[in-house]
Each structure stands twice: as C-alpha cells, then as structure tokens.
Write a protein that binds this ligand. Structure first.
Ligand code: DGT
Ligand code: CA
Ligand code: CA
Ligand code: ZN
Length: 586
C-alpha cells in the first residue's frame, strides 16, 4: 500500500469523525498525521516491515500509529468500520464539495437523508435544501455549481481532447515573463489514453508568484483552485484541471522526472535509490549522509548528484533515461538498469495505413482523394477498407460493388504514381463467426481485414468462439479493433483477448492497433502481450476523411506504451517486405 492510500484512508476517517461531531483535537491529530505522511520520502510499508516506531514521526501519536499499522497489515482500520456503521462513508464525497463542509453534510443527512451527491442533487431539485436552517437559496445555488464541477471533474479526458484544451494555456505560460522553458509532465507526457489533469512545469529562477499569477489570469480559466509561490491550479471551462509548478533550473530535471510519473514508476525508482543510499525527490538526487535520520533531512540536504536534467537523474541512479511512455512500472526500471530498454517505433517509420474508408461506404471523400492524401504523408502503400454489406446503414459493399470498386482501383493504379493501393474490405464477423464475403471475393482481395460491429453484448465464451472461428478462415490477414471499445463511451466486449492473441500467433494473423483516439484498440497492455507472443501489430487510422489520417501519431504513442519496436509493427515494412508478408502462406 502506498503512503498516498494511507493518507487518503486517514483523511476519510477524519472527515467521518468530523461529520459525527468528534472532538476537534482528535480530528486535528489525524490531519497532522496526514500532513506528515504526505511529505515522507520513504514508504510507511517499509517502515512497518522494518519494525520502526511510527510515533517517532512528527505529528504521529500512538493511536494513529496503531491505525496505520493495522491498515498496512490487514488492509482495514477497525475504527473506520465502526464509524462508517454510524455515518455513511459516501458522506465524505459531500464534504469535499465546495460549500458543504462537515456540519452541513451532517444536517443534510439527518434532516433529508442525503447520503450521496446524487441524493443531494435530488434534494436541490425538490427545493428542500434551501429551506434547511443555515442554507438558503444562495448556498443551494453554490452547492449546485460545486456538483457540476465535481461531475465534470470526475470524468477523465481523452488524450486528443486534453491536447486541444491545453494548447492555449500552454502558450500563455510559455510566454510569461521570467519563464525560460515550459513542458508538459504527468499522464499527458506519458501519452496515456485518458488524462485526469494536465501538469505543466515552468522553469524560472527566483520568486514564482508572478508566473503563477500570469497562469491563473488566462482567459480560459473558469475557476482558480489555488495560487501560491511555486504552484497554481485552475479549472478550465471544459472542466479540465491544470496544475502548474514553477521550478528553478537546478531542480528542473528532477521535477520533470517526479511529475511525469507514473506514481508506480517513481516508487520503483525511489526504492532503487534508497538501496543505493540515495534520495531522489522533486529537487534532485542526493547522497544521504550516513548518520542522518531520513525524516529530519531537509528537501535538499545531502550531496547533490543530479537535478538539472532528467537524463542526469537517471544516470545518477545507474539507469538509462526511460522514455516517458514506458514509465508505468511494467519492467522498464529493471530494463533501464540492465541497458535493455526496447528501441521504440517512431511515427516517421510508418510506411502505410491499412484501414480507411471512402465514399464507397461511410467515408467522406473519394478513394482517389484518400490515396493522394496518403501519398502526401509519404506512405508507400494503403489499404482502402470500406465496410462489407452487413453494415447496411453505411452502404457496406456487396460482392458486386466490391468488384466495381476494384475496377476503380485498377484504373487509379494506372494513373497515380508513388503509392500502392491494396484491394481490401473491412469484413464483418457475423454472429456465428462466418465472414460477410464469399470465398471467391476473399481470395481476390489483397488484404483481408475482419472485425466485429454487431451483437457486441455476447457473453465471453460465445464472443471468443465467434472471433476465433472468423480468424480460422485461411484468407484472414488482420483482426481490426479487436475489443470494440470506445473510450469513455463503450466498454470492450467480453472476450478472452489472451486466447485471441494466441490464435493470432498460431495462425499468422496480425492484430490492429486502431489509432483513432476514441478507440486505441488494442490497449497498451494487450499490445505488450502481442509483442511477447510474436504477433505482428498493424497501426491503422480507420480514417473516414483525410484529416483522420493524422491520428496515426496516437496509435504510434500507444504502440510505444506497449513496448513495440519497428520490427514488431507490420506497417513499418517497405512495400516489398509488406507484400512478402501478404504472401506468407503461398
Ligand atoms: P492523471 O492526472 O490521473 O492522468 O495521472 P498523472 O500521472 O498525471 O497523475 P497526477 O497528475 O496526480 O500527478 C502527476 C505526477 O506526479 C504523477 O504521475 C507522479 C507524481 N506524483 C503525484 N503524486 C504522487 C505521490 O503521491 N507519490 C509519487 N511517488 N508521485 C506522485
Ligand atoms: Ca496529471
Ligand atoms: Ca496533477
Ligand atoms: Zn470498423
């Protein structure tokens, strides 16, 4: 268990006690302990394991120490169980709303039986909140706004949304007086598919207050959540939170390393540092004096070994610099120590796009326009993959129309130089696992792409069998968007992905990594598994217009998060080598 988790649990306990009306001294004791835990550079878990006395930590008394030990050893705190039997734990959510607080939460619960944010919203709608003693219309309105903020906030943003939403503010920070450099850290730098909040670091010597003030004065800011000397935090109108930290040059690399995360990666890095007698924090890497008690050390005490650059931080720890996309504690720390980090695929190594649509089905432009747009991107080849007839609402191709399309492709091949157009169809996997095209068409297609677009709510074993049946057809080349998910909108379907990947390995089928930021399907951990199994991955945009072709970079980032090297990605191959793969069964 992380320190953060311990701190959160203690905060919950303190909040509940406060709602219950416990003594302010008791509550303060918990909050002081939380403050201490927040600033610890070692894990409580390791301290308890070593049998260290937690009461020696500032602000930690006997009963808090007991709670922490119990939590680390058993995963629960008896006292918390007792208190939450009297005060519903969901009230904690209410306390965290702007304008509610423990007294009001208690009143809402006692008088109106409000236990959750949803309950509160219903009570507001019914007009009963403003009639409560000590509330009134103004306070009810304030709570309503707080609920809206909370709702927006609890959703994570998709990576392409976050990128767009942050662009203006980022430029605003970069142009602030005194800012020598600004960079994005956190999950956005790691290119995660969804972003909780955006973290920006600005390099600036001296007092950071003017930079923070400039930051919070941005005209897209809906609410200022905090503003101080070294950090500021705002909510944009979209509900996206942005945190800024102002860092001096001597610590900029260390702060970038720290705030890029992930938390799990940082924990692994820090654990390694401790074993070497080093301390790494957002200020630098320090050699801890032998006689020092770690908890009495100031943030920058000890001999400074690194801090200015991120490379320097990793070097001081005996590690290679780790690309941010890998920082998820999935083996990258060990690999960086051993000098065995993978050589990751790059966008400029992509030589073709193997899924896109034209006006032959639901695309916005002609096949020719798509081909020319791809040639402009420098690609050597493409597959135009209009839908098959099961997708009737988008005029999916019947066998006859597929043949008409081939005539057009043949004509284009004559006329357009510099790009190869493969004949393809995105063929529906029907309910029973058969393919939505007759064998004679399948045989003539250059690239056979299959995917599920219907009956997505099947149970796991039925869906797995269906997809495995489809893959067993000897004409199949690529399984597209294998899990059918739509990020933030539709869960992946129930399917044994491991079995599907193993089948792909056995059958010599490639799996798609759909680069559309709404899909990014396969997800990073499955991509990683595909690589382990030796299954070739194809990164395709599934573009429905030329603009969509630019989504390739999101797919490449996701591939990198899955540790893929150029050799693992089929469409990094030259036209000749890709053709050879298509003929692998001949
Ligand atoms: P997000 O915002 O949920 O998409 O994910 P992140 O990774 O951007 O997380 P965030 O914004 O809470 O924090 C940014 C980075 O700061 C995080 O990746 C690692 C570092 N960090 C934050 N809190 C902690 C912590 O309690 N322990 C450690 N070791 N690192 C932390
Ligand atoms: Ca973040
Ligand atoms: Ca943050
Ligand atoms: Zn599709």
């Amino acid at each position: 268990m992380e320190n953060l988790d311990v701190a959160r649990t203690l905060t919950t306990l303190a909040d509940l006690l406060e709602i219950q009306g416990a003594s302010p001294f008791r509550i303060r004791a918990y909050r002081n302990a939380v403050a201490t835990i927040d600033s610890l550079t070692r894990t409580l878990e390791s301290m308890v394991e070593n049998g260290e006395d937690l009461t020696e930590l500032p602000g930690v008394g006997k009963s808090v120490a007991q709670h922490v030990t119990e939590l680390l050893e058993t995963g629960r705190i008896t006292r918390l169980d007792e208190v939450s039997a009297e005060v519903p734990i969901t009230l904690v959510e209410l306390v965290r709303l702007d304008g509610v607080g423990p007294k009001k939460a208690k009143k809402l619960f006692d008088e109106l039986d409000v236990k959750t944010v949803d309950d509160l919203e219903a009570a507001l709608d019914a007009g009963s909140v403003e009639q409560l003693d000590g509330f009134g219309a103004k306070s009810a309105e304030k709570i309503r706004v707080a609920i809206e903020d909370h709702r927006k906030h609890s959703g994570r943003f998709q990576i392409h949304e976050a990128e767009k939403l942050i662009a203006g503010l980022f430029e605003h920070v970069r142009s602030a007086a005194g800012v020598e450099e600004a960079v994005v850290a956190g999950s956005l730098r790691r290119r995660k598919e969804t972003i909780g909040d955006v973290d920006i670091l600005a390099r600036c010597e001296g007092d950071g207050t003017p930079v923070v003030e400039h930051f919070v004065s941005f005209n897209g800011v809906a609410r200022i959540l905090g503003a101080g000397e070294t950090k500021g935090s705002v909510l944009l109108h979209s509900g996206l939170q942005v945190d800024l930290r102002v860092i001096p040059g001597r610590s900029f690399g260390a702060a970038l390393q720290y705030f890029t995360g992930s938390k799990e990666h940082n924990v692994a890095v820090r654990t390694r540092a401790v074993r070497q007698g080093l301390r790494v924090n957002e200020w630098g890497v320090f050699r801890v004096p032998e006689d020092a008690s770690p908890d009495e050390l100031g943030k920058e005490d000890g001999e400074r070994l690194a801090g200015e650059t991120e490379e320097g931080v990793y070097e001081a720890l005996g590690m290679a610099w780790v690309p941010p996309v890998l920082r998820e504690n999935r083996g990258e720390v060990e690999a960086a120590v051993a000098g065995e980090l993978p050589e990751l695929v790059h966008l400029d190594q992509i030589k073709g796009d193997l899924q896109m649509h034209s006006t032959w089905s639901d695309g916005a432009v002609s096949l020719e326009e798509m081909a020319l747009a791809c040639r402009d991107l420098g690609y050597e080849y493409i597959a135009v993959t209009d839908h098959s007839q099961a997708m009737a609402m988008v005029q999916g191709l019947t066998p006859e129309r597929a043949r008409e399309q081939w005539a057009e492709i043949d004509e284009l091949r004559e006329r357009i130089e510099g790009i190869e157009i493969f004949k393809s169809v995105e063929i529906d996997i029907l309910k029973d696992g058969s393919l939505d095209m007759p064998d004679d068409v399948l045989e003539e297609l250059d690239v056979v792409v299959i995917s599920v677009h219907s009956f997505m709510d099947m149970d796991r074993s039925t869906m797995t069998d269906r997809v495995l049946t489809a893959m067993a057809h000897p004409a199949v080349d690529i399984l597209a968007h294998p899990t059918g998910r739509r990020i933030n909108r539709r869960e992946p379907f129930e399917m044994d992905v491991e079995a599907v990947l193993e089948a792909a390995a056995d059958l010599g089928i490639a799996v798609e990594l759909n680069a559309n930021p709404n899909r990014l399907d396969l997800r990073d951990t499955h991509v990683y598994r595909a690589r382990e199994l030796g299954v070739p991955v194809v990164i395709s945009t599934d573009a429905h217009a030329p603009r969509g072709l630019n989504d390739m970079r999101f797919g490449v980032d996701q591939a990198r998060r899955g540790w893929l090297a150029p050799k693992d990605v089929l469409n990094t191959r030259s036209l000749t080598d890709f053709r050879a793969w298509l003929n692998r069964r001949a």
